[in-house]
Design a protein around this ligand. Structure first.
Ligand code: SF4
Ligand code: MSK
Length: 644
């Protein structure tokens, strides 16, 4: 049987060949060594919640159908899934909390190096939180806003402030179902309690609580992270840069920032221009400092500072293999412990920075917001020290880099489509109503060595834009699209349908809009609210011709994102199934009954073109319900089946 290619990306292929020649083991080899993987785990029917277990349900009905306590497959599957939702919500929300702390610091200690960069957004948020701001200094307002946001994590009563942004019919559904989120931390705690041994054994009840916890992420923790980052680091505006491993420079000190939280990486970007640091770099023979990003920290500094992304999740080891990375600096989430051993084969300084994320044998330079600039300089000095230790024989930077336009936000769409003097969502709504644009798809999420890297994202996006669907992308999905040239206006003429291409040409935008990092999926929710407010496309998010997808997901955070997107009323497709296939009851709830309950529901489809067709069919269904005009132009009927 022909082997499935590991990647669709040319630069990644070059590095994988290099790894094979050197006999270096990467995630793909570790995955092979792991075969066969546990089928019970994959199906979600393994329970380790108490010490009477571990228990497992026989999916073929030949063995035990209940755990020692009597829990059925449905209970076990739903409980396991709920725990993943709680974990994903914790990760995003803790990120939001870190940013709120940084905002507080900027307000109270400007000498920390943090500044308020978007005062207009600060004052808009203050108004939303009921904080008086007129005639008050930005710092005074920021202090109160930061405290109010921190209060959202543990408040005793009431609903989340940002969840009030949802349209009224949506909030009515959440209240009716009892899934309107309250304090963020409490939702996580309650869900973990509910999944203890001997608490909730009702799969539907567990998944509804899972939705409430996920909503506390999407309309709470993640939204706080996104909005406060805009206040602190500046609201992104589209900018052009380059991406892929070719952005690393042989004659520069290359520093990779990887993870999710921009509180350190933004400071590294600032410090990389410090004359003292640049002089030190020149002393060791380098021309300067090249900062490059991986994963969502990369997205954050890409969209605000134009720092080029070297790659996405599965590029992290490949970047080290170039032999030209002088320091790999990680904060939290998505960095592989395998980097530790790999970095030791090279001169690369692998540096952890968060008290929450360490690894034995790895240099740890703890990041403290109060000394952010000083710490950023220390880290850069470590990279400069490493530069002369490079082994020239090991340097192999693939010459691949392409143009990328990144940094769209829900707010920027106003200006993008309506122009500076008439900012409005009207042109977008009109294009949808007139049948020039079929709908909007959010394609997001990770990469996974189980699949050919980038294949799911890129094939799905091509099929969507070919059918006049505007795509918004975040996380590693956006980075995969960037590498294959989909984040340029020209991509609309090469791959887009005629209607979408006309709109892209009129405003000069790419057919796939980069809207940020994983926490920035909250921007997609806000864009849906803005479309509804503009009018003509229904009254609830579930009325809109929109859909979501995570074709190559791997993280628990993706499950949480999926749940808040579905609970917001959006049809969502995951490539690999979530670990629920061991319970037909849970699968039926998610893939069918959820539509009745919350308007959004799931499908699992590994073929990205088939998945795109399901999304298109869903959009057509919504267009019909809204009695919109037929599409102006239908693409050629043939459906190219994606084949790996
Ligand atoms: Fe087994 Fe029940 Fe304990 Fe899970 S909670 S390990 S199913 S006894
Ligand atoms: S970084 S969560 S691999 S998208 Fe946000 Fe990429 Fe997934 Fe991490």
């Amino acid at each position: 049987m022909a082997q499935r290619p590991r990647t669709i990306n040319e630069a990644a292929r070059t590095m994988l060949e290099c790894a094979a020649c050197e006999g270096v083991e990467l995630a793909w080899e570790r995955l092979e060594a792991m075969q066969p993987q546990c089928g019970f785990g994959k199906l979600g029917v393994c329970c380790t919640i108490c010490a009477m277990g571990p228990c497992r349900i026989d999916p073929f009905g030949m063995g035990p159908q209940e755990g020692v306590c009597g829990a059925t497959a449905a209970t076990i599957v739903a409980r396991n899934l709920a725990r993943k939702i709680a974990s994903g919500c914790s990760a995003h929300s803790d990120h939001g909390r870190t940013v709120a702390h940084a905002l507080l610091l900027a307000a109270e200690h400007p000498e920390s190096g943090y500044r308020i960069k978007d005062e207009r957004k600060l004052r808009r948020l203050a108004e939303e939180f009921g904080i008086a701001h007129e005639g008050r200094s930005a710092e005074a307002v920021a202090k109160e806003l930061a405290e109010a946001c921190l209060g959202e994590f543990g408040k005793l009563h009431g609903e989340l402030v940002m969840a009030q942004r949802a349209p009224e019919p949506r909030k009515a559904i959440w209240r009716e179902l009892g899934i309107m989120p309250g304090a963020i931390d409490r939702e996580v705690v309650q869900l973990l309690h509910q999944t203890n041994m001997g608490v909730d054994a009702d799969a539907k009840n567990l998944l509804l609580s899972g939705m409430r916890c996920a909503l506390a992420d999407g309309w709470g923790g993640s939204m706080i992270a996104t909005d406060l980052q805009d206040v602190l680091f500046g609201s992104p505006k589209p900018l052009r840069t380059r991406t892929n491993l070719g952005v690393l420079k042989e004659d520069h000190v290359n520093v990779i920032v990887h993870g999710h939280e921009p509180v350190l990486s933004d400071m590294l970007a600032e410090a990389s221009r410090d004359p003292e640091i640049l002089a030190k770099a020149r002393e060791v023979g380098a021309q300067g400092i090249q900062l490059a990003g991986i994963c969502c920290t990369g997205n954050e500094v890409l969209m605000r500072r134009g720092i080029p992304p070297a790659g996405s999740f599965l590029h992290q080891e490949l970047a080290v293999l170039t032999g030209a990375v002088d320091a790999m600096v990680v904060d939290v989430q998505c960095w592989m412990p395998g980097l530790t051993r790999l970095a030791q084969l090279f001169h690369t300084r692998f540096i952890t920075t968060s008290p929450k994320a360490k690894h034995p044998g790895v240099e740890h330079i703890e990041f403290e917001e109060q000394r952010a600039y000083e710490i950023a300089k220390t880290i850069l000095l470590r990279a400069i020290e490493a530069f002369p230790k490079r082994d020239p024989a090991k340097i192999n930077i693939p010459k691949h880099e392409v143009d990328v336009i990144a940094g769209f936000t829900a707010e920027y769409v106003y200006t993008l489509l309506g122009g500076k003097y008439r900012p409005s969502y009207r042109p977008l709504n009109d294009a949808i109503i007139a049948g020039r644009i079929r709908g909007v798809a959010g394609v997001v999420g990770c990469e996974n060595p189980h699949l050919t890297q980038g294949w799911g994202h890129v094939e799905m996006m091509k099929e969507l834009i070919r059918n006049d669907v505007l795509v918004v992308a975040t996380g590693c999905s956006a980075l995969a699209a960037a590498r294959e040239g989909l984040l340029t206006p020209e991509a609309a003429f090469i791959h887009g349908g005629r209607g979408l291409a006309e709109v892209c040409e009129a405003v000069g935008m790419p057919p796939v809009l980069h809207v940020g990092s994983c926490v920035d999926n909250s921007r997609i929710l806000i864009a849906c609210c803005e479309i509804l407010k503009e009018g003509g496309l229904g009254s609830d998010i579930s009325d809109l011709p929109v859909a979501g997808a995570a074709p190559e997901w791997m993280s628990e955070k993706a499950i949480t994102i999926g749940f808040y997107v579905v609970a917001s009323g959006i049809f969502t497709i995951f490539g690999q199934p979530q670990p629920v296939m061991g319970s037909p009851e849970v699968r039926d709830l998610m893939c069918r009954q959820f539509e009745e309950i919350v308007g959004g529901y799931y499908a699992f489809e590994a073929d990205p073109v088939k998945a795109a067709q399901l999304m298109i069919a869903h959009m057509n269904k919504k267009r019909e319900a809204l009695k919109l005009r037929p599409m102006m132009y239908e693409p050629a009927a043939e459906m190219t089946m994606a084949s790996e």
